[in-house]
Design a protein around this ligand. Sequence first.
Ligand code: HEM
Length: 173
Amino acid sequence: MKGVIVIALKEMVVKNFGESIWNDVLLKAGITLEPMLMITSNVDEQVVLRVISSLCEILEITLEQAAEAYGDYWVNVYSQRIYGTFYRTAKTSKDFLLKLDSVHIAMTKDIDDANPPRFEYEWTDGKTLIMKYKSKRGLIDIAIGLIKGVGKYYKENLKINKLGNDKVEIVFP
Ligand code: HEM
């Protein structure tokens, strides 16, 4: 997985909970020497998952709560700095989410070893969208946290239901 994901995670934890919590999380995850990461570095997925589960244990929160905190930070703070035009060129969360598959393709096409998640879209009625999440990483809960962050950015009250490990239903207002 690309370093950008972990860089944003660290920034969220340090800003919201403090540097010493981040150090505790690394220790609990068995990382004694924190590597210097760049946006395009490759990070072992198992290590990232260990870091996330250590964070949940230390803060005594569920994976859903951690995903929500991360999704809010990624969408509303971190990615605004480097990928802000994607949000500004979409008027609603629906416009933005429908671009998400092509955004992932475009943003990773020049990065070696990138393997972005893919999204497929299916409408069940005029305002109900099923987004199929295709990735062997199985991070649907993180995807849902990110979608919640998108709703917050556009100030829209989205109803989000997890339909399984590869599907989420979104009802737009
Ligand atoms: C402008 C906004 C966004 C940009 C530029 C972006 C870009 C990226 C990049 C570069 C990666 C790393 C890919 C890799 O490791 O090969 C990634 C991973 C990921 N993105 Fe996004 N992303 C954005 C928003 C979102 C949103 C709103 C969602 C919600 C569904 C999402 C879902 C994910 C997930 C779940 C991963 C983890 C990797 C996986 O599941 O396979 N992203 N994204």
